[in-house]
Design a protein around this ligand. Structure first.
Ligand code: HEM
Length: 556
């Protein structure tokens, strides 16, 4: 028996020798590759920038090993703080990633009409969003952006105010069931957000059409979860591995449900459009396009998110409710846009844009509103000021529907929302790919063509150069006089420049109505401390420890 395991001496040394030669060969190739790689101009330019220790072949990828999403977020932020640099390079294998944290560098990228291409990481969204606004590039992005921007015109947003009110009332009924309990408020904000989007983006009510609306809303939420997981679990990113997982099957069914409903609704809405057209009816979209002026950034000129961001020429005419029948959804407007001369939007492209709005509008707003409620639960003095402002607006009638004009008087609540978006920007980083060399302004650095640029809004929002007491939750950071003293690119929760968020006015209006609706009825309570928040920033910034609060009914 023992003899069977004995390897003859000559054979053993032969194996040893060939293994040694083999390993030495691999080692030599790796060493040659390492020196060749280091000699590349791309690599030399990258290595001029400060960054954490990179090891051969893997670069900095080893730093992510074994870290949970919350560990990873804290680790990335601490690495930035220890390096004390506004430009940080990372090597993910041979790929150069540069994180920009100085407003003057951020402006070079976000303010440009050249560096508009998203980084390859965004391809994870493709099966759901296709080539919609978030991902598309070049002329397609430009023409779609121009067509879609007017659908966010104030006159159209105003028509959504009753939907937002109904949504706020639903939220209040649900909150009542949680009186006295500690609960995760994000679940409710997510549900409320997806319901409103379903109605404002697609014109579908959750209670209508059997369970279809409900199933669709659940599918959107579950798809967001899958995308989050694929983002931070690196091994789930490559499609060739992902397709063997159970999750890939789930994704397939969810997308089938989402895309089938979107296609059905497009078909129905298109028929409605032709019947309206035959009756000679004009819609808000035509009026919006007629009265819209665009800036060179493909945004509406009226859009200015600071302070008076929501005021425009229609503000004094408070026609909130255009009537259930007349109210149209983004989808209706896109169908109209697709029929106008010079536009060519196929049904598939309309589907991609509606899906994009459902995705972009959902998780971002749910996270923002959840952060606001948790922060107000912690900072009771600030919550009292919000409530005093609401009392001044609504006097003794805290039940009446909130009008568009009311939202213009919610100045303090607006500052609270903006401050929450500063400290906890729902989109904590943005990534772009530069296709040509870019000289930076903050130091003698050049980003070589092909670099993935990461814009760190979470970091720039916490820079004491622009926010004197950066970790303090202080809504007065958004008093007009303080805003004036800051560079524009030091506050970018909605990004900035040509590719900034097209839905920011929608988001602010909706947040104000939803939050004011809840805050007039309930006091938020939390014993947490902000420094104990376990932040998790895979795609959307969230609290990994859950958005736990308690609520108390107000007796006025
Ligand atoms: C608090 C809420 C929101 C925040 C913080 C936010 C933030 C952002 C940011 C940072 C971007 C740029 C992303 C990038 O370049 O990778 C973006 C893009 C976009 N957002 Fe929002 N967003 C919010 C709400 C919304 C809503 C409600 C909608 C639609 C109803 C929306 C629609 C879009 C679209 C379509 C884009 C792509 C624009 C383009 O590439 O031209 N967003 N958003």
């Amino acid at each position: 028996m023992a003899q069977a395991h004995v390897v003859p001496v000559e054979q053993h040394s032969y194996l040893d020798n060939s293994m040694t030669i083999y390993l030495a060969g691999i080692g030599a190739i790796l060493v040659l590759y390492h020196f060749w790689f280091k000699s590349l101009r791309y690599v030399q330019l990258g290595n001029k920038m400060p960054g954490p220790l990179a090891i051969p072949i893997l670069g900095n990828a080893y730093m992510a090993l074994g870290k949970s999403p919350t560990d990873m977020f804290t680790f990335a932020y601490n690495t930035y703080k220890s390096l004390k640099a506004d430009v940080i390079r990372l090597w993910l294998g041979p790929k150069l990633v540069v994180c920009l944290c100085a407003p003057e560098d951020i402006e070079i990228i976000l303010g440009s009409h050249v560096h508009l291409e998203k980084s390859p990481e965004y391809r994870l969204f493709e099966p759901w969003l296709g080539d919609g606004l978030l991902i598309s590039k070049g002329d397609k992005w430009r023409s779609h952006r121009k067509m879609i921007a007017p659908t966010f015109h104030t006159s159209i947003l105003k028509s959504f105010v009753p939907v937002f009110n109904r949504n706020a009332n639903n939220l209040i009924s649900q909150f009542k069931k949680e009186l006295g309990n500690e609960f995760d408020v994000h679940d409710y904000m997510s549900g409320a957000t997806v319901d409103t989007l379903l109605e404002t983006a697609m014109g579908v009510r959750k209670t209508e059409e059997d369970n279809t609306g409900f199933d669709y809303a659940m599918a959107v939420m579950n798809m967001c979860n899958i995308l989050h997981l694929r983002h931070y679990k690196l091994w789930l990113r490559p499609d060739f591995l992902f397709k063997f997982t159970k999750m890939a099957g789930e994704q397939g069914s969810l997308l089938n449900l989402i895309h089938t409903l979107t296609r059905q609704v497009i078909k129905r809405k298109k028929a409605n459009f032709f019947s309206r057209q035959s009756r000679g009816e004009t819609s808000l979209y035509e009026q919006a396009v007629g009265s819209s002026k665009f800036d060179e950034n493909y945004g509406l000129v009226e859009e200015n998110i600071m302070s008076n961001y929501i005021r425009d020429d229609l503000d004094d005419n408070d026609e909130n409710d255009v009537g259930e029948k007349k109210r149209l959804a983004f989808l209706d407007f896109m169908i109209e846009a697709s029929q106008q001369k010079g536009n060519a939007l196929s049904d598939e492209e309309i589907k991609e844009e509606v899906d994009t709005i459902m995705f972009e509008g959902h998780d971002t707003t749910a996270a923002a509103s959840s952060f606001v409620l948790c922060l107000l639960g912690i900072h009771q003095d600030i919550q009292d000021k919000v409530y005093t402002e609401l009392k001044e607006i609504f006097q003794d009638d805290m039940d009446r529907p909130i009008t568009f004009s009311d939202t213009l008087h919610m100045k303090y609540l607006e500052r609270v929302i903006m401050e929450a978006l500063r400290l906890y920007p729902p989109v904590p980083i943005i990534a772009r790919k530069v296709n040509e060399d870019v000289k930076l302004a903050s130091g003698d650095y050049t980003l070589p063509a092909g670099t993935t640029v990461v814009i760190g809004q979470f970091i720039v929002h916490r820079n004491e150069k622009y926010y004197p007491n950066p970790l303090k939750f202080d809504p007065d950071n958004f008093l007009p006089e303080r805003c004036q003293d800051r560079p524009y690119y030091a506050y970018i929760p909605f990004s900035a420049g040509p590719r900034s968020c097209v839905g920011r006015k929608y988001a602010m209006l909706k947040l104000k109505i939803l939050l004011a609706g809840a805050l007039r009825k309930f006091r938020m309570i939390s014993n947490d401390k902000e420094e104990n928040f376990k932040l998790q920033g895979d795609i959307i910034l969230k609290r990994g420890d859950g958005f736990k609060i308690r609520i108390e009914e107000r007796t006025h």
